[in-house]
Design a protein around this ligand. Structure first.
Ligand code: KIV
Ligand code: ZN
Length: 385
């Protein structure tokens, strides 16, 4: 069984979501909840970006004991110095430094040759490794980089001291087969690859971040990066709760697991949503309000007979306490009767048929039928006698 390390970047890439700005105490509160969730690594921010980011990274590093805390640095010595000052008080200071490798980024953004990019990456990793016990190096836009060049630079930064190599799909461009193939290629073509942990970092521009992360695991990644609720730059990052639950539910297929306390997922998701002001869509996998709700009569009947007919994840697994049968116009008589019993509404069998007709008429006009609606229907029926 392969163990996958979870690298949470809710406080760094997640905070890069348009319109999100977390203050010091909000960041600390999220970091403490991530510790309860039991993630392996918390990327607490970008220390050189602002005084605020510096102090929150510092205080998170000094507060969190149960996870390794990291901070981001460009391939610039002063960024690495700032990250060291922020992280040195932590239990296991870890640096995350990056440089773009793709032709688009080299030519238009960095205006650097292939050789200059290698030279800068090697120099900055060597500098960082003199202080940090763990240096992670990311090839920004790796998925749009020429594979032989990617293999060459990865080998050189490993020799310079990197302990974790991250292969970001920065713009969410790769397909699962392509992204998996990059990991396979690096495994086969980088001589020192087995000395490091290989990490996946996916964005969701084409809605493939979770699938891409899982494809990376199938091809040798042992660390997955992402955010809670999948928040992040543009369409967001890979949603960690989706990946962790997919590994748990489809363990038969992936043969890999994380150390996450899955029952803390719902609480973590709600906290991140509340503090970032980013609502979770109702139909979002694993944590959406409708993820465990069954509305149609056929599904409700199936679930009442045997839950696993239509429910592959039990809501309790991720800490959701819910009554999963939502009554509406698609509901059947089985679910209707079941809810009346749950509510303790004593209705003789002979009245059920008539009450169900009244229920359906009302449900046709309303989106969702509440327990109060049911009580009113039963009361009215009693009074009419
Ligand atoms: O998406 C990306 O490439 C990043 C890097 C900084 C790792 O977030
Ligand atoms: Zn990113």
């Amino acid at each position: 069984m392969q163990t996958i390390n979870i690298f949470d970047t809710t406080l760094r890439d997640g905070e890069q979501s348009a319109g999100v700005n977390l203050n010091f105490s909000e960041k600390l509160e999220i970091a403490k909840q991530l510790e309860r969730l039991n993630v392996n690594i918390i990327e607490a921010g970008f220390p050189a970006a602002s005084k605020g980011d510096f102090s929150s990274v510092k205080s998170i590093a000094e507060t969190v004991n149960n996870a390794s805390v990291t901070g981001l640095a460009r391939a610039v010595l002063t960024d690495i110095d700032a990250a060291w000052d922020a992280l040195k008080g932590g239990a296991e200071p870890r640096l995350h430094t990056f440089l773009a490798t793709s032709p688009i980024h080299r030519d238009y953004k960095l205006k650097m040759s292939k050789e200059q990019v290698i030279e800068t990456a090697v120099e900055t990793v060597k500098y960082a490794a003199q202080r940090f016990p763990i240096v992670q190096w990311s090839a920004e836009d790796a998925s749009r980089t020429e594979l032989p060049y990617l293999a060459e630079i990865v080998e050189k930064v490993i020799q310079a001291g990197a302990r974790v190599i991250n292969i970001p799909d920065t713009v969410g461009y790769a397909t699962p087969a392509e992204y998996g193939a990059i990991f396979k290629y690096l495994k086969e073509n980088v001589p020192s690859i087995n000395k490091v942990s290989l990490s996946a970092h996916c964005h969701d521009d084409l809605g493939m971040a979770t699938a891409n992360s899982l494809a990376a695991i199938e091809n040798g990644a042992t660390q997955i990066e992402g955010t809670i609720n999948g928040i992040g730059e543009r369409a967001g990052n890979a949603a960690l709760e989706e990946i962790a639950v997919a590994l748990y539910i489809r363990n038969d297929f992936y043969q890999a697991s994380t150390r996450l306390n899955l029952s803390e997922i719902s609480r973590t998701s709600s906290l991140v949503s509340k503090l970032t002001g980013m609502p979770v869509p109702a139909n979002k996998a694993v944590i959406g309000a409708n993820a465990y709700a069954h509305e149609s009569g056929i599904h409700q009947d199936g679930v009442l007979k045997e839950k696993t007919t239509y429910e592959i994840i039990s809501p309790q697994l991720v800490g959701v306490q819910t009554n999963s049968l939502v009554l509406g116009k698609h509901s059947g008589r089985h679910a209707f009767k079941n809810r009346l019993e749950e509510l303790g509404l004593d209705v003789p069998e002979r009245d059920i048929k008539n009450l169900f007709t009244v229920f359906k008429d009302l449900a046709d006009r309303k989106k969702e039928m509440t327990d109060e609606d049911l009580a009113a229907i039963v009361l009215e029926e009693k009074l009419s006698k």
